[in-house]
Design a protein around this ligand. Structure first.
Ligand code: SF4
Length: 266
């Protein structure tokens, strides 16, 4: 009879978040915080980017601005006119009424103004709650508006950040994406929320892909508890040392979720 083997609990490798950000910035960055849209424009751009590629959401946003000139003018348009203006980006039938509804609601709640700069004066939780009362604004959209437009330390978790964070063991496998916002916001330094966002999105797009993650090229593989399972490696195989300043082909020319903007839209 073969001797019984006792299942050993493997140690879980971990990487500190600041170290991951440093290595990923070295790999894909730098990621300067570019001038952003004001919050109302950012809100509309965020809706246009839902379930849409960066290229198509940028096209739709540019077409909307070319047609109406400003978000204030969009509030006067009817749904059909908005739909026609954003049709180049796809899902226009869903997004046009959403844009109309959200802008109408902002005007109702904010004394007929689209100026949302007051959110920056609020505690983060209150600013998030204010945005979350608007139709179509979930935690991710609220996080993008507050972080990208107003520089507040709000987390915005997209599918890439969620996947990379799970594989790195920063969140558990059963944590849903809404809860992930709170958990990651609690452990990422407020000063590092923006770099965390862009580093993890870029890593998820370029290396830690959904179907075939390129673990052999990953600069943070030494701290990833999923690497052995994904690569089918023995626990004794040492991960490669992180590569310094070795950039992948096709480096980003534009940050994730960053529309080209005009002076009037800032
Ligand atoms: S080692 Fe693989 S699974 Fe882990 S973060 Fe890197 S690419 Fe993703």
């Amino acid at each position: 009879m073969p001797p019984k083997t006792r299942a050993k609990k493997a140690k879980t490798p971990t990487i500190a978040i600041p170290e991951a950000i440093r290595l990923l910035t070295d790999q894909y960055g730098p990621f300067p915080q570019e001038p952003r849209l004001d919050p109302a424009h950012e809100m509309v751009f965020t809706i246009l980017s839902q379930h849409t590629s960066d290229i198509n959401s940028e096209r739709a946003f540019r077409s909307l601005m070319n047609r109406f000139g400003s978000i204030n003018a969009v509030t006067q348009a009817n749904v059909d006119e908005i739909e026609s203006a954003i049709s180049v980006g796809g899902l226009a039938k869903i997004k046009a009424p959403r844009i109309k509804a959200i802008l109408t609601r902002v005007l109702e709640l904010n004394e007929d103004s689209l100026d949302l700069s007051f959110l920056a004066e609020m505690p983060l939780d209150e600013a998030k709650a204010w945005l979350r009362q608007l139709p179509g604004i979930g935690p991710k959209s609220a996080g993008i508006i507050l972080n990208f437009s107003l520089g507040m330390p709000a987390m915005a978790i997209d599918t890439h950040i969620y996947r990379v964070s799970q594989r790195l063991g920063l969140i558990g496998p059963k944590v849903n994406v809404d809860k992930a916002h709170d958990l990651l916001e609690a452990v990422v330094d407020p000063e590092q929320v923006f770099p965390f966002h862009v580093c993890f999105v870029t890593h998820g797009r370029q290396t830690c892909k959904a179907l075939r993650p390129l673990c052999e090229d990953c600069v943070i593989s030494f701290g990833c508890p999923s690497r052995e399972r994904i690569q089918g490696l023995s626990k004794d195989t040492k991960p490669a040392a992180p590569k310094q300043k070795q950039r992948r082909k096709g480096k980003l020319t534009q940050l994730p979720h960053t529309p080209q903007i005009t002076e009037q839209e800032k």
